[in-house]
Design a protein around this ligand. Structure first.
Ligand code: LER
Ligand code: MN
Length: 271
């Protein structure tokens, strides 16, 4: 069974990003609960931005799970990536993500590595940069495993990273890692830009998919763009995907209506 999820971002620096709810955690959770979502995905400035007991209390109050925690603040606020040529920065990136893994693990939720993967910077070698990414993911995957959670790595579109852009490239890279705890995030928005055929990629590499970002071709809530959801939903069901479809979409036309649109589309394809 695929479960429904909606994003809540609490980081002012990423205010213009594709998040359904922002700023007011409890108001977002109340609306998500009212609409029947199973979970929220949370973006916080750091691992200690919300106290674990407080979040546990809110999740229980609103009958929601924590699906995943985002780490993007590490890049946006602190400039940290796993592929920075400076080894001290890479070390800080690992430490930031490690703390996020611990935070998520208190709820059984994986951490997501999106923008913190970084880029091959001008003048740097692709092979060496990929070895830094592998080193970071191996270290963090081992840590996630010891905490009993997966680690989610997200291939992004070419305008956000030049490391790995497709599910195939991500899967082949994951196969080379020592850790077996790293799974991929299939973000339907990025896939719309990069994949030749979304459903074929899901069918071919489905065993590596651990999380799904549910957004249309234009990053608006599903149904507001031109993604052919029918075939994608069938492919996800065929490969036995049983994680979350998490709405990482613009709050278009506003947060509440974006959440309503998302749950309607979720029910249409996954119920
Ligand atoms: C993060 O999940 C992601 O997909 C980024 O493109 C958001 O800016
Ligand atoms: Mn995403």
């Amino acid at each position: 069974m695929i479960k429904s999820c909606v994003t809540v971002a609490l980081v002012p620096q990423i205010k213009t990003g594709p998040w359904i709810f922002w700023e007011d955690l409890e108001a977002g959770m109340a609306k998500a609960s009212e609409l029947g979502f199973d979970a929220i995905e949370l973006f916080t400035a750091s691992a200690d931005a919300i106290e674990v007991p407080k979040l546990k209390e809110l999740l229980a109050k609103y009958n929601l799970e924590l699906a995943a925690v985002g780490t993007g603040a590490g890049k946006v606020i602190h400039g940290l990536t796993l592929t920075d040529p400076d080894s001290e920065i890479r070390k800080k990136a690992v430490s930031f993500i490690s703390d996020m893994i611990d935070f998520g693990a208190a709820f059984g939720a994986p951490a997501i590595i999106g923008s913190m993967q970084g880029n091959i910077l001008p003048g740097n070698d692709r092979k060496e940069t990929m070895s830094w990414l592998a080193e970071g993911l191996n270290q963090l995957g081992k840590h996630a495993d010891s905490e009993g959670v997966m680690l989610i790595y997200e291939p992004l579109n070419r305008y956000e990273t030049n490391l790995l852009n497709t599910i195939e490239a991500g899967s082949k890279f994951v196969e080379t890692l020592e850790t077996k705890s790293v799974k991929l995030l299939a973000d339907l928005f990025h896939m719309n830009i990069e994949e030749g055929n979304l459903e074929e990629s899901i069918l071919n590499w489905g065993k590596y998919i651990g999380h799904v970002h549910f957004a249309d071709s234009n990053r608006r809530p599903m149904g507001f763009g031109h993604t052919s959801m029918k075939q994608i939903a069938e492919a996800l069901k065929t490969v036995g995907y049983a994680g979350y479809a998490s709405a990482e979409a613009f709050p278009y036309p506003n947060s509440d209506e974006a959440a309503e649109q998302t749950i309607r589309e979720f029910s249409r394809w996954f119920k």
